[in-house]
Every structure is written in C-alpha cells, then in structure tokens.
Ligand binder design. Structure first.
Ligand code: 2P0
Length: 296
C-alpha cells in the first residue's frame, strides 16, 4: 500500500515569530498567511522493513535534507504514528514542485503534506474517525508551526493552537525576488527562541495583533495602499527583533536593502506597487493584484 499526499506552501503577512511554548510550537501572537497553491510538497509512505527512514521522492527536483532536518521530519512522523497507534515501519519520501534554491521555505508545505499522508494512512487502517481540517491543523502545528496554515486557502488565520480559513477571499499573485540562495546561519526555529531577549520583544504580540486587525479590515475593504503599509511595517518589525536580539543576528543583505529601497520608490512615485514581505531570510516576496500582473 502506497500513500500519497500533497500540501501547498504559504507566505505570512502577519508573522509567527516567538513561541509561548517552544516544545509545542505555541505562538505568542496570531498570524495571517496567503496560501501558495501552486508551490507544493509531496509525500509518499511505503512499508519498510526494520525502521522508519526518509528518502527523496523521485520525479521532482531533489531536496537534500540535513540530518537535523530529517530527524525533525521523522520525529513528526513518529508523533503521528503514536497519535493513531500505527504499527510497522515506513519509508517517508518527500519533494517539492519548486526548486530548493528559489527562495521559498518548504517547511510549511512538507510538514502539512506529511500530516495529511499519515492521516490518510490511519484512515485506510480504520485507526481514526474523520477529522476536520482544524483538528489536522493542530496536529501539523506540532511538527512545524507555519505548516498549520497550509491546510486552508486562499487565506489562513492561525490563533493559539491551530489555524482556520480566513474570511478574506481575495486571490492575489505571488512572486519572489531571489536575493540569496545561501544557507541561513540561524534557522527559523532558533530565531523564534532568540528574539525573546530583544528589548523590542516587549509589546511585539500587541503590535502584531493590532496590525492583524487593521490588515484584515484593509484586505476586506481592498485598501491596497493600507495593506502595503501594514505588511511593510510587519516584516520590518520582525527583522528589527532579529537585529536587536542579544547577540544580534540578521538575514537582510545589502542586495535585500537595495531592492526594498527600489520597491518603496515605486510606491512613492506611482502610488501603487506590490505588497512586500520577507520571511526569516534575505529574499523578498511580492503579492500582486491580478490586474497588476496582466499590465506587467
Ligand atoms: C511565519 N516564519 O509566520 C514566520 C515568519 C518565518 C518568519 O514560521 O520552529 O519553520 O518549525 O515552528 O514554522 C518559520 O518558522 O518554525 C516561520 P517551527 P517554522 O511564516
């Protein structure tokens, strides 16, 4: 029996940064993301002889998972097997339909796909009742926080222990300005821990919650400039936490800064432009209204 599942990536406009429980990936503030439907991870499960193991899934761009990356993935697999009392061992294969060096983190999509695959296996073995997406989202969060938002489309809201579909219905286009393909010196999981000693961390959850409320209203009202301003201040807030933690660390490069200055100039000169955001990395993500893409 071979199980197959897939899930999309997502990009947060209000960021998950900081955990109230590192062990359970409980966030200190709610986050809001746009789902990147076409950028997907695929996971297969097949019976293995003596132990659970990970391998790249053939037929898609090959990913190289570090030892710690494989351990994190297989730990989540073990957690889900335990949840549903699934016996036997499996080979877990995974890959993405986007290349590893295209500036997109695959953690969200791959952990969401793994959660869906193991749920499918448990269902086939009659080990679980039907579960809703919100319950599956809670389970996926335990593997990697941002993955809990990948089960909803086009927008997901993650508050407390799991995500849900947001009422925002606006479909946007997405692009990445690839600034760096280099490996990050500080992983996102480490960043979540390290930001808590920044003096700016005081008030961070209140600022994020206030922006979430304003951004939700602005997206519903389709107030594009207001959306841009809120997204801009949100990612700058997160990057300021990185730069003010002790010891400081950061992801922006001089090229990131150059591109950001150019994007700000476009907005100043034309009173229009893309929504701009950044993850815990050097690359720059743009969200564009479909009519802007058609004009380009
Ligand atoms: C986000 N990031 O909201 C934020 C913005 C990165 C910057 O969620 O430790 O890989 O597995 O829960 O989900 C990346 O952190 O961290 C992330 P874990 P995760 O998308």
């Amino acid at each position: 029996m071979k199980i197959e599942a897939s899930a999309p990536s997502n990009i947060a406009l209000i960021k998950y940064m900081g955990k109230s429980s590192a062990q359970n990936n409980m966030p200190t503030n709610a986050s809001l993301s746009f789902t990147l439907e076409h950028l997907r991870s695929f996971v297969t499960l097949e019976l293995a002889h003596d132990r659970d193991q990970w391998a790249p899934l053939e037929g898609l761009p090959e990913i190289k998972l570090s030892d710690s990356g494989q351990a994190k993935f297989l730990n989540h697999f073990a957690r889900l097997k335990e949840q549903w009392k699934i016996p036997a061992h499996y080979t877990v294969r995974s890959a993405n339909n986007f290349p590893a060096d295209c500036g997109l983190a695959s953690s969200a999509s791959s952990f969401a796909a793994l959660t869906l695959a193991v749920y499918e296996l448990a269902k086939r073995m009659s080990l679980t009742p039907e579960l809703g997406q919100v319950e599956l989202s809670r389970l996926s969060r335990l593997g990697s926080g941002s993955s809990c938002r990948s089960l909803f489309s086009p927008w997901a809201l993650w508050r407390d222990d799991g995500a849900e579909k947001s009422a925002i219905g606006w479909h946007l286009d997405h692009a990445v300005i690839l600034v760096s393909e280099g490996k990050k010196q500080v992983s996102s999981s480490q960043a979540h821990i390290r930001v808590s000693n920044s003096l700016l961390y005081n008030g961070r959850s209140e600022r994020a919650e206030a922006r979430l409320s304003e951004l939700t209203s602005a997206l519903q009202a389709r107030s594009w400039r207001q959306c841009f301003e809120l997204c801009w201040s949100e990612f700058q807030d997160m990057h300021a936490l990185f730069e003010t933690s002790r010891p400081a660390f950061g992801y922006m490069t001089s090229e990131s800064q150059r591109v950001l200055a150019h994007l700000r100039q476009i907005w100043q000169e034309t009173d229009d432009g893309p929504l701009v955001t950044m993850d815990a990395g050097a690359n720059i993500h743009l969200l564009i209204r479909p009519e802007q893409s058609a004009r380009a």
